[in-house]
Design a binder for this molecule. Structure first.
Ligand SMILES: CC(C)(COP(=O)(O)OP(=O)(O)OC[C@H]1O[C@@H](n2cnc3c(N)ncnc32)[C@H](O)[C@@H]1OP(=O)(O)O)[C@@H](O)C(=O)NCCC(=O)NCCS
Length: 141
């Protein structure tokens, strides 16, 4: 797509990114998505979170991080009017390149089981389901 620029996400992008996420189907939000917590995430994961801009319009965004062992991608979203142009794929490629540069060899993603289109996107792009695993969580406070 012409005039598409992918840039590292900064905290100044927060309001635009949150507006995109809130207009995107199949996104779940929590306190982890507050401005303060996203600032912490960006500080811990420099070079791994990206925004896609078409001129001055935000058309895509993704969070990516790692814990020194495995990578994780969160909240990949492309504006509905701009889908099917390779933007989602380019955002993921930027994340995976960054992880590779950091020496990380595998990345995980959590997808709502009912998000059939999202799952189809990941599978089409080489990601595989892990039916032998279950996700468990615990609130720490
Ligand atoms: C999933 C999403 C990010 C895809 O973004 P996109 O920019 O339209 O995707 P791309 O154009 O980069 O697609 C890359 C490839 O995946 C394919 N693809 C895209 N969406 C697909 C889908 N729903 N099912 C199957 N394949 C899909 C494309 O055809 C393309 O393949 P090609 O290179 O052979 O043509 C976008 O649809 C979205 O924001 N969905 C809502 C949020 C969501 O579900 N996020 C993912 C779960 S966390």
């Amino acid at each position: 797509m012409q005039n598409l620029i992918i840039k590292e996400m900064t905290l100044t992008d927060y309001d635009s990114v949150m507006a995109l996420w809130q207009h995107t189907e199949n996104m779940g939000f929590s306190k982890a998505d507050s401005k303060e917590n996203i600032a912490y995430f960006l500080q811990r994961n420099p070079d791994l979170c990206f925004c896609a801009w078409k001129e001055d319009k935000l058309v895509g965004a993704v969070l990516c991080g790692h814990d020194g062992r495995r990578g994780a991608i969160y909240h990949l979203a492309v504006d509905q009017g701009y889908r099917g142009n390779g933007i989602g794929q380019q955002l993921v490629e930027h994340c995976l390149y960054g992880l590779q540069q950091a020496g990380i060899e595998r990345c995980h993603i959590h997808v709502y089981a009912e998000n059939k289109l999202g799952l189809a996107f990941w599978k089409k792009n080489g990601w595989f389901l892990r039916p032998e695993l279950a996700l468990l969580s615990k609130d720490i406070r």
